[in-house]
Design a protein around this ligand. Structure first.
Ligand code: BG6
Length: 369
């Protein structure tokens, strides 16, 4: 039941902190990640040379987000592929490949067929799933459940943050088995993960009203662009997908570095652009580069809405709206940066008088190919 909430989605966004906390619970022992469901399954991880994540929709963006941490912590090359594309291109897979599927429902036919195909080719399969006993986990060698609780709104929100959390746990579990991450770094990652629920709660408390307010002014907006870089890139894609799903407007996510290679041609005066700004503490000067992207679009009249960490003053001169997220290690920022985007999609959908929970033409779980 949706209780006092205006929609299931509003309730489910408010449950994002718990979705993360409940997914972590019981999987950290003495500061190390040990996933009980994977006990006795070390063989799945020791001989592999490659990870391929398969999923659809929001779950695929969770996969794209998780790829950065998986590779960094396990040093296993990781690719993410849309499940429905995967088996139609004769992929090079075998017993040294771990295929990780992600599905909230565990019933998405496209994802299920990708898992079956992977098994037939001799790959190892692990399912990240939110629904106990669903078909995909039953067809897989192993399962790591997300504990987001039942998700009713068609557009996925709390399951998304739980999926990223599960991928991070998986990464830390595998890194421990393979000795690919030093103990301090692993302990630091665990501490960051455990701090996420409280930080999401802060984003909800500090920004929800602000976002709802400006989404009301934007009710007639025809198109919104989202820019992000590194882990902010899949978050830009997720922000755009959410808007397509429940607001029915044109929305696109881009890697900020790609801007000059094409998308900047789209920017005309008044065009709203969300920019997910990497932390200034991020390596590789990404912050500076994204701030200069903001200047470029602003010079062309874009209406710039930035999602930036607290205290980042460099964005202030160029932003029409600033949405703040608490400080976190860069790999954990996406779990915070996505929250304002979920709230915005809901706000715009509501401002347009649409059914937030049951968007036209979509189903919660698509059980046909
Ligand atoms: C789509 C849903 O059809 O399937 C999306 O509308 C969802 O919200 C996607 O992200 C994948 O679903 P699942 O259950 O496999 O995570």
């Amino acid at each position: 039941e949706k209780g006092g909430w205006s929609s299931f989605m509003a309730k489910e966004v408010s449950e994002e902190p718990e979705a993360v906390a409940n997914t972590v619970r019981g999987r950290v022992h003495d500061g190390q990640v040990v996933i009980p469901e994977l006990e006795g399954l070390d063989d799945l991880f020791t001989g592999i040379r490659r990870i391929i994540v398969v999923a659809c929709g929001t779950a695929a963006y969770a996969g794209q987000t998780g790829k950065y941490a998986l590779e960094q912590w396990t040093r296993i090359p990781t690719d993410v592929e849309l499940a429905h594309e995967f088996r139609y291109r004769d992929p090079v897979i075998g017993e040294d490949t771990l295929v990780v599927s992600i599905s909230q429902s565990g019933e998405t036919m496209d994802t299920l067929m990708a898992v079956k195909y992977a098994r037939e080719q001799g790959a190892k399969t692990l399912s990240i799933c939110n629904t106990q006993g669903a078909t995909i986990p039953r067809e897989s060698d192993a399962v790591v459940y997300t504990h987001a609780g039942p998700e009713v709104a068609v557009a996925s929100t709390k399951a998304f943050v739980a999926q990223i959390t599960a991928l991070y746990l998986l990464g830390l579990h595998v890194a421990r088995l393979r000795g690919s991450l030093d103990a301090d770094a692993a302990a630091q990652a665990v501490a960051e993960l455990e701090a996420v629920p409280e930080k999401i709660q802060l984003v909800l408390e500090n920004e929800q009203q602000h976002i709802e307010q400006f989404s009301r002014w934007m009710a007639d907006t025809q198109s919104v662009l989202f820019l992000g870089r590194h882990v902010g890139y899949p978050i830009a894609l997720e922000g755009a997908l959410k808007l397509k799903e429940i607001s029915y407007i044109h929305a696109e996510g881009f890697a900020a570095g790609e801007l000059k290679h094409g998308p900047i041609a789209l920017v005309e005066p008044g065009q709203p652009v969300f920019v997910i700004v990497p932390s200034p503490r991020h390596s590789g000067e990404l912050h500076k580069k994204v701030v200069s992207n903001i200047q470029e679009i602003r010079a062309r009249g874009a209406r710039v809405i930035v999602v930036a960490e607290e205290g980042d003053a460099a964005v202030l001169p160029f932003a029409d709206e600033v949405l703040r997220i608490p400080l976190a290690d860069p790999l954990f920022e996406p779990l915070l940066a996505v929250v304002p985007l979920h709230i915005f999609a809901m706000g715009l959908s509501t401002a347009k008088g649409l059914d937030v929970d049951k968007p036209r033409n979509l189903a919660k779980s698509v059980t046909v190919e």
